[in-house]
Design a protein around this ligand. Sequence first.
Ligand SMILES: Nc1ncnc2c1ncn2[C@@H]1O[C@H](COP(=O)(O)OP(=O)(O)OP(=O)(O)O)[C@@H](O)[C@H]1O
Ligand SMILES: [Mg+2]
Length: 325
Amino acid sequence: MIELKNVQKSFADLQVLNGVSMTIQDHEIYGIIGQSGAGKSTLLRCINGLESYNGGEILVDGEPVSVHDRQSLRQLQKKMGMIFQNFNLLNRLDVYDNVALPMKFWGMKTKTPEAKKKIEGLIELVGLSDKIHARPRELSGGQKQRVAIARALVLDPEILLCDEATSALDPAITREILSLLQEINRKMGLTIIVVTHQMEVVKQICERVSFLKGGSVLAEGKPEELFVRPIPEVKQFLQEESGHLPSDGVNIQLFFTNESSDEPVITMMARELGIDFSICWAKLEDFRSSIFGSLVINIHAEDQQKVCGYLDEKKVLWEVLNDVD
Ligand SMILES: Nc1ncnc2c1ncn2[C@@H]1O[C@H](COP(=O)(O)OP(=O)(O)OP(=O)(O)O)[C@@H](O)[C@H]1O
Ligand SMILES: [Mg+2]
């Protein structure tokens, strides 16, 4: 378990982390999302001790992360693999030797039968057995990230930290890499922390997510909780707008979540209440295979009470959008 308690970090006068608290459970895939400069990478670097912090506490399995205690920091860092946007592979080494590199750093032999079994097994896990002797320049971006993932796993870490691991990849390859991370999480029971500015990443694999802005956590929850009915800051981050809504009548936004029934509420409402309305805006999104969505309807003002009562009865969350600019 990783616990952050009121973590503060500044670079000279610049306060980058303003009291960040979060708890990441074992075997969880946890997302940290926010725009550029929010402090995401700094936070990740504090967790694995690449960066010191000025206040608060970070505990990994109950042990404080402290850059001052070199001995225990090294042991702690061994528990954490890390992957980055730019892969950080060594160009003069082939795939095998890149994957083996952390073992070399730890003074382990990399050509013994056991080591070979381990390294080749990981290369197979990431689907690159046919590229085992290729150099990084002979690989695509997605393949390079696969090598980086295998390398991050070679010391049997318990935690995998991913900093914008898919930001340089196209959407199809991003999905493949995310599926691979999910597979690793399932098969090996790793805890995975994913830092990203891509909502798609969080939606596809994270069980929980924190939204970071200006070094503070402004929202935390399941991705669907954060994104289906976002707080204003998240909405702004997503650059989501409900288009041009009609200025007459009443615009009501409906939210369909896990708790909503499977009934075709909208058509039933029209029929049962005998009313007409327009659908002005809608989105449906896939969160780890569950569909969630939101819909804006425009109704006549005199129907508002009936409609809201009906939605309450059907347990559909709703809110009146008063600001129609
Ligand atoms: N070593 C450093 N020295 C001084 N300032 C730094 C240092 N590292 C980061 N910063 C500053 O801290 C702030 C947060 O940076 P950080 O890299 O954590 O953001 P981020 O959320 O990861 O952004 P991005 O999405 O662009 O990667 C930025 O204003 C950045 O300029
Ligand atoms: Mg960053």
